[in-house]
Ligand binder design. Structure first.
Ligand code: GAR
Length: 218
């Protein structure tokens, strides 16, 4: 099935670019139906326009409160009729009404091995905790911040002398193939979320898929 994707992004948009490039290269069977941001100056919107994808800014300051902003944003998203909504560096909380209205249709990429290091500054959190392994996760979005079922992860080592920046760069390099491989698994119907929880290859309660060195799931 050709997956019809909407992307939400607040900034740089390198994960969005990975999706754009994979579709162009024919390695991901998907269409980008629209890109949405809370910031008019998000570079992600420029990347979308450059690729001929409809790009929309829906700004919080133009709405009375978070609920009104969320409602306006998701009305715009719904208008492009996506199968899947991908939060790729979207840095605002999304309220429960919008999340709960789209069960199993929204995913997020987060720069840590969830459930470790939710929230912001995840690379510094990892350094402060002294962990030997760090990475990124893709999970279904639920009303529980960074707490939805984890679909897939990519691990990287923490090396002596790492700073938050060197660690962020090592993780980001794995985020792109992780997100693409997760999208392929979703498009292939390998992963779904229903009332009973996460199913991977038909198995309930499965552990997250792990990205191998070959950029495929093991
Ligand atoms: C990525 O590292 C992503 O995992 C992170 O923001 C960055 C966006 O980069 N997301 C979060 O921290 C969400 N809480 P990008 O704009 O270049 O794709």
């Amino acid at each position: 099935m050709t997956l019809r994707i909407a992307v939400l992004a607040s900034g740089r948009g390198s994960n969005l670019q990975a999706i754009i490039d994979a579709i162009a290269a024919g390695t991901l069977d998907a269409t980008l139906a629209g890109v949405y941001s809370d910031r008019r100056d998000a570079f992600a919107l420029q990347r979308a326009r450059d690729a001929g994808i409809p790009a929309h800014a829906v700004r919080p300051r133009d709405h009375a409160d978070r609920a009104a902003h969320d409602a306006a944003l998701f009305a715009a998203v719904d208008a492009c009729v996506p199968d899947l909504i991908v939060c790729a560096g979207y840095m605002r909380l999304i309220g429960a009404p919008e999340v709960d209205a789209r069960p199993g249709r929204m995913i997020n990429i987060h720069p840590s091995l969830l459930p470790a290091f939710k929230g912001l500054h995840t690379h510094q959190q990892a350094l402060d905790a002294g962990v030997a392994e760090h990475g990124a996760s893709v999970h279904f979005v639920t009303a529980d911040l960074d707490g939805g079922p984890v679909i897939a992860q990519a691990k990287v080592p923490v090396l002596p002398g790492d700073t938050a920046d060197t660690l962020a760069a090592r993780v980001l390099a794995r985020e792109h193939p992780l997100l693409l491989e997760t999208l392929r698994a979703l498009a292939a119907g390998r992963v779904r979320l229903d009332e009973e929880g996460l199913h991977i290859d038909g198995q309930a309660g499965a552990l997250p898929l792990q990205l191998g060195a070959n950029n495929r799931f093991a």
